[in-house]
Design a protein around this ligand. Structure first.
Ligand SMILES: [Zn+2]
Length: 65
C-alpha cells in the first residue's frame, strides 16, 4: 500500500489559512475512474433510496409554491 496516501489516492494537507486541502496522491495519481464511478453510483443509489423512503419523488415533490 502507498505510504503517501494509504491507498486512498488522496493526500490532505493544511494550507496557510489552516484549511484542509485534498490533492491527488503524487505517487499513485488521482482516484481511478472506475472507482470514482462506483462511488458515484453507490451515492446515487443511496440518494435514490432516501428519496423513495421520504416520499420525495419528483412527481409528488410539488410544494415549492
Ligand atoms: Zn498514493
Amino acid at each position: 500500500m502507498c505510504n503517501t496516501c494509504g491507498g486512498t489516492h488522496r493526500v490532505t494537507y493544511k494550507n496557510s489559512f489552516g484549511a484542509y486541502i485534498f490533492q491527488a496522491c503524487p505517487s499513485c495519481g488521482p482516484v481511478p475512474e472506475h472507482i470514482r464511478k462506483a462511488k458515484r453510483e453507490a451515492l446515487n443509489k443511496r440518494l435514490e433510496d432516501a428519496r423513495k423512503r421520504f416520499g420525495m419523488d419528483e412527481k409528488t415533490g410539488g410544494d415549492a409554491a
